[in-house]
Write a protein that binds this ligand. Structure first.
Ligand SMILES: NC(=O)c1ccc[n+]([C@@H]2O[C@H](COP(=O)([O-])OP(=O)(O)OC[C@H]3O[C@@H](n4cnc5c(N)ncnc54)[C@H](OP(=O)(O)O)[C@@H]3O)[C@@H](O)[C@H]2O)c1
Length: 200
């Protein structure tokens, strides 16, 4: 399969690339690095990405930013980061990418466990993740057999927790997280939220 992996240079994306590149032709996309660059915040940049990369069998996103912070302290622009970058950025990968995805293709977006298991400070991230989960369920109804679409929902990644100085014992390694992306690529499910804990 020819796969466009957006976020390929990130913590999860690097392991997804490593896992998939034995069997597939993976084109890496980052914000600053990778074979191609894109800014999820900018729809024109997503359009340019597909114009340059051409037709693919799968689009996998392991990108998307949203801000953590207490409900009473988050500023408008911090909420908007999540709406514009992680939510609409990933939705636009499907909206713009649709005509570049071959029939029978696959789109995998990334949400996260905070959709259903919020913690203090996750209001914005939880809202974005929940919206992404609902989006793939609804979009799959209209896409039918043409393109499968699923959201992969990671738990905290060990490497990220270590980078933040947190105890990582409850986290999952990025390599184990990547297993769920492969399962969602190889499977026949659509409109589903893939909990990484069901695959590692
Ligand atoms: N890590 C976790 O614990 C965890 C847990 C649950 C859910 N998630 C979700 O999983 C996804 C990936 O997380 P991660 O920790 O692997 O992220 P990460 O290490 O911060 O990597 C982010 C990736 O996105 C790219 N990127 C940054 N800004 C971008 C922009 N404006 N447009 C397009 N691409 C951009 C980066 O490219 P460059 O390297 O070129 O800058 C990089 O490839 C995110 O949606 C995150 O919310 C992560």
């Amino acid at each position: 399969m020819k796969i466009l992996l957006v976020g390929a240079t990130g913590t999860i994306g690097r392991e997804v690339q490593r896992r998939l590149s034995n069997e597939h032709d993976v084109t890496t996309v980052g914000h600053k690095d990778g074979d191609y660059q894109v800014d999820l915040d900018n729809k024109a940049s997503i359009q340019r990405l597909f114009d340059e990369a051409g037709h693919v069998d799968a689009v996998i996103s392991t990108a998307g930013m949203a801000a953590f912070g207490p409900l009473t302290e988050l500023r408008d622009e911090q909420f908007e980061l999540g709406w514009h970058n992680k939510l609409m950025g990933q939705i636009n990968l499907l909206r713009v990418g649709q005509r570049f995805i071959n029939d029978g293709g696959v789109v995998l977006l990334t949400s996260g466990m905070l959709a259903n298991e919020p913690i203090p400070g996750s209001v914005s991230v939880s809202a974005v993740n929940g919206a992404l989960n609902s989006f793939v369920k609804a979009a799959s109804i209209e896409l039918g057999d043409k393109v499968r679409i699923n959201a992969v929902s990671p738990i905290f990644v060990k490497e990220t927790m270590e980078m933040m100085g947190m105890d990582s014992s409850a986290g999952m390694s990025a390599a184990d997280t990547a297993i769920a992306y492969q399962a969602a690529l190889d499977g026949d499910m659509t409109g589903e939220v893939i909990d990484v804990r069901d695959y590692a």
